[in-house]
Write a protein that binds this ligand. Structure first.
Ligand SMILES: [Ca+2]
Ligand SMILES: [Ca+2]
Length: 457
């Protein structure tokens, strides 16, 4: 996992999430037997039949390898892409030097629409693992490693990864995908059906999808790269109407990522539920969350987050607002609030359509004290113009927090900006987050964490 968590995180009990009920797990049954002599409050909370928090969206390991559903297989069987390997290994002089252009575009697209991938990289100058005479496709710049956190350190998270693999299979010809390896299974677009079978290579591909582009795709020659790139239809989770709207943490347009044991829920906040985690010092986020936005009508919107004092403590919470092709990084003092309510992040120009978001990250480059809670609850967008954009959410308490826009493009409320200057807490520059690095960086080397796992293939 990125970075190391401060120890206080491990001492905070995680409670079940009331809004998602699933059958009681076998693990809880065993635990009941084991603790018959002395139940603790924590065990009670953990055994009420509620799933672990992260299970609400991801973190399910299906038995067996990647199972491509029949409907996807049927589409995949109609796809044909010529397979081109990397040729013999002739030393580093034969390597491409970085991701090719099409690979970088696909990387950015996948990072945007499949946030369950915690990092995406792919360039590596080397032979195939276990086959020193032949060059890895990674060395040509035509292969991506789409990193998916395992469920338990061993088993592939099929909820998170299968949807990506299946989407790539269904669009293989359109994009130019020649091969995918995921969870001990391989799909090869150049084969006559059946195009998939078990993968028995050295690395089980339990923590990443290996995705190879065709030569044509890597050179931007396939239809995928020719026009506007629509989001994958599976990513739609609702639209913010022209009059504005709220995305709450319990909505399908709200995603929370990273180790589920560090996300805690509370029966508080907007709609009676919120999530919180603790800040920690590190270069990369460990836990992060995103409100995924599809905007009906382009325009300026005041963006506010709902905060509750007991769960909003940390004074350097990093937010990113991706709006209308720009990404603004913000630092917000969640701890500045004294009452529950809506607090402004600023006013942003959103485009019509999907692919926009507000994200929140748990890491800080500076030292972090114990128990610095970060709250993830509801986001509200309200259309506004002129001075009306500076109005604080007066209906349910709230106001303006100390913080600042770290990037040009956003227009934080005047009072907020002045406060930021007084506090001297304005942090300038684009954040080196896992997400923005992947999306914004043109160089493969910037995705350094992504290049650490080097599987076969
Ligand atoms: Ca599996
Ligand atoms: Ca909520």
């Amino acid at each position: 996992m990125p970075g190391s968590r401060s120890s206080e995180n491990h001492r905070v009990p995680r409670l079940g999430r009331p809004s998602h009920g699933t059958p009681q797990s076998a693990g809880c049954t065993r635990r009941w037997a084991a603790i018959a002599g002395g139940l603790t409050a924590l065990a009670l909370a953990a055994c009420t039949g509620e799933p672990d928090l992260g299970d609400a969206r991801y973190a399910i390991a299906e038995p067996g390898p990647w199972h491509i559903p029949p409907a996807t297989t049927a589409i995949g069987d109609t796809q044909y892409v010529t397979y081109t390997g990397a040729g013999p290994w002739v030393g580093e002089s034969g390597c491409g030097g970085g991701l090719l252009e099409g690979s970088a575009v696909l990387r950015d697209y996948l990072a945007l629409y499949f946030p369950q991938a915690w990092s995406i990289g792919g360039y590596s100058c080397r032979p195939i693992v276990g086959d020193p005479n032949n060059m890895s496709v990674h060395a040509t710049g035509r292969a991506l490693d789409v990193m998916i956190e395992t469920v338990d350190g061993t088993n592939a998270d099929n909820t998170a990864g299968d949807v990506i693999g299946n989407w790539l299979v269904e669009h293989a010809e359109f994009i130019g995908i020649q091969m995918i390896i995921w969870d001990r299974w391989i799909w090869n677009a150049s084969l006559d059906p059946p195009k998939d079978h078990d993968y028995t290579g050295q690395h089980p591909h339990n923590d990443h999808l290996h995705v190879e582009l065709s030569v044509e795709a890597a050179a931007l020659g396939t239809p995928f790269f020719q026009g506007p790139m629509d989001p994958p239809d599976i990513a739609s989770c609702g639209t913010i109407p022209a009059a504005g709207g709220v995305v709450d943490d319990s909505d399908s347009c709200a995603g929370f990522y990273g180790p589920p044991e560090f996300w805690r829920s509370a029966d508080a906040g907007h709609g009676g539920s919120l999530l919180w985690t603790n800040a920690y010092q590190g270069d990369d986020p460990s836990n992060w969350a995103r409100w995924i936005l599809d905007i009906e009508q382009a325009g300026s919107y005041r963006a506010e987050v709902y905060l509750t004092p007991d769960f909003a403590v940390f004074d350097h919470v990093r937010y990113e607002v991706a709006h209308g092709g720009a990404t603004d990084a913000l630092v917000v003092d969640q701890g500045a609030l004294t009452e529950e309510g809506w607090y402004q992040l600023g006013t942003f120009d959103f485009a019509a359509g999907p692919g926009q978001h507000v994200s929140l990250y748990d890491n800080s480059t500076e030292a972090v004290a114990d128990e610095q809670h970060i709250a993830f609850d509801a986001l509200r967008l309200t259309p506004c113009s002129g001075g009306g954009c500076d109005d604080s959410g007066a209906d349910e308490g709230g106001g303006v927090l100390g913080g600042c826009s770290a990037m040009p493009g956003g227009s934080p409320p005047g009072a907020l900006f002045v406060l930021a200057l007084l506090l001297g807490s304005c942090m300038v520059g684009r954040w080196s987050t896992r997400r923005s690095r992947v999306i914004d960086s043109a160089s493969d080397t910037a995705s350094s964490r992504a290049s650490s796992p080097r599987p076969a293939g």
